[in-house]
Design a protein. Sequence first.
Length: 179
Amino acid sequence: MDNGELKMALLTKIFYLRLGVVQRIIHCPFSIPLFPPLTLPAYDCKLTEIGGKAHIHCLLRRRPLVLTPEEWVRQHFIHLLLSQYAYPPALMRIEGGLRVHRLARRTDLVVYDRAGAPFLLLECKAPDVKLTPAVLDQAARYNLSLNAPHLVLSNGREHFCFRVAEGGLERMGDLPGFG
């Protein structure tokens, strides 16, 4: 490996480290948008280029999806649920359709319990989007149709988990275990 190749490999490695992900790819011939580092665990995600656009391999659908900031957060959060909380992938649904006040909407991720009832609703935002009361209101509106006992908000940097209680929402210190 000559100096030019070594420099390119080093710059590529630094580039991926800035993305907050460990990569086995030494050379990436296409442009990947730089996202701020996440506070979610890094994982060895598969990035590819299709039609001139960066794609990330979806852990649940097992196919490439266009790499957007929100998708970057969602895939990292799915990895967290699978690897550290042992949530079963077969009980997770991405972008499920629902109706909110007769309007069609899509959830970012719903986890179902073993009986098939919604257990957790995850609302993802891009890392640069603040998690405001409006974001919580959006998730709560979606949950009117689902009735999941847990709501989670994440922008990859901040994460908030709530238990749906009779009097409203109770903030939780951690994600609920799956059992």
